[in-house]
Design a binder for this molecule. Structure first.
Ligand SMILES: NC(=O)c1ccc[n+]([C@@H]2O[C@H](COP(=O)([O-])OP(=O)(O)OC[C@H]3O[C@@H](n4cnc5c(N)ncnc54)[C@H](OP(=O)(O)O)[C@@H]3O)[C@@H](O)[C@H]2O)c1
Length: 267
């Protein structure tokens, strides 16, 4: 599957305001839209796509299986429900949202995604918030590798080991909260200095750094001006030194909400 280099996140974009924001993003040129069963906005995404008038096959849509439905039969039913909510015939990508290792059902959920792919409900399957040990288990127990691993990634938490693991296994890393969900990173003085040097905004520099790392960011914005700003990152380059300066901002406790997939569970 060929993917755009950047996608659009939709967490918290619900109802009529959500339809307007996603419709605006499509008009700006985004062609990859990320949703999840748990965002309760698959219907909003489907409505925005229909209103855009853009052909379905020109848009990549990803959704995610929630932790409470990892049992095989429930997972398949949930994927069908996801499609009904969006009014779609298929998702381009469907991901397991969190591994929930204490529940230890993610291999069963993966088997359901493999079946859903065979049934044509989803084109490609992947994971989110999976650590190498979780992915290795999927591969050894099913022989099927995820296409994508969507993980928390921003300048204070850039996941170097996981990126190398994904690259070695030809799994595309996606960055969630690529702008740190508008936290202090968007005021970071060091990134502000680089932004001055390249005559761009801090957000643009962060997204460009992610692209040059080989990662696919999915920023969310309700504002058309910011949606455009976040897309306009393909006509400049960061130098090797600027890249390294941003990568060096890594913090040991850099996660936004301490959601370590080895421990944290989401249902
Ligand atoms: N797989 C997972 O577990 C997981 C977890 C979290 C998120 N996600 C996905 O990742 C997507 C993105 O992450 P996110 O929504 O958490 O955070 P984000 O995209 O890092 O940041 C969104 C915030 O940044 C603001 N913003 C956007 N562009 C900006 C710009 N150019 N300048 C200044 N502020 C800007 C937005 O404000 P306005 O809206 O007001 O413009 C919003 O408050 C989500 O929407 C969701 O699809 C997945």
């Amino acid at each position: 599957m060929s993917l755009p280099q950047i996608g659009f996140g939709t967490y918290k974009l619900n109802g009529a305001l959500g339809v307007n924001a996603i419709n605006s993003a499509l008009n700006c040129g985004y062609r990859l839209i990320d949703t999840a069963f748990n965002y309760e906005n698959e219907g909003t995404v489907g409505e925005a796509i229909r209103r855009s008038g853009i052909a379905r096959e020109q848009i990549i849509i990803s959704s995610k299986l929630p932790g409470r439905h990892h049992h095989y039969e429930e997972a398949l039913t949930t994927i069908q429900e996801s499609l009904y909510r969006a009014g779609l015939d298929y998702y381009d990508l469907y991901l397991i949202h969190w591994p929930n290792p204490k529940e230890n059902l993610y291999v069963e959920a993966w088997q359901a995604l493999i079946t859903a792919q065979k049934l044509g409900l989803v084109r490609e399957i992947g994971v989110s918030n999976f650590l190498p040990a979780h992915i290795n288990r999927l591969i050894s127990e099913t022989g099927v590798k995820p296409a994508v691993n969507q993980i928390e990634l921003h300048p204070y938490f850039s996941e170097p080991e996981l990126r190398v693991f994904d690259q070695q296994n030809k799994i595309l890393t996606w960055a969630w909260s690529p702008l740190g969900r508008a936290s202090s990173v968007l005021n970071d003085p060091i990134i502000a200095g680089i932004a001055d040097d390249v005559q761009r905004s801090i957000g643009q520099v962060i997204l460009r750094w992610e692209i040059q790392l080989g990662v696919l960011p999915i920023p969310k914005s309700t504002h058309t001006s910011r949606q455009i700003e976040n897309l306009n990152i393909f006509d400049f380059q960061l130098s090797g030194e600027q890249m390294q300066t941003i990568t060096n901002l890594e913090r040991p406790d850099g996660r936004l909400q301490n959601q370590d997939p080895a421990e944290y569970e989401e249902f």
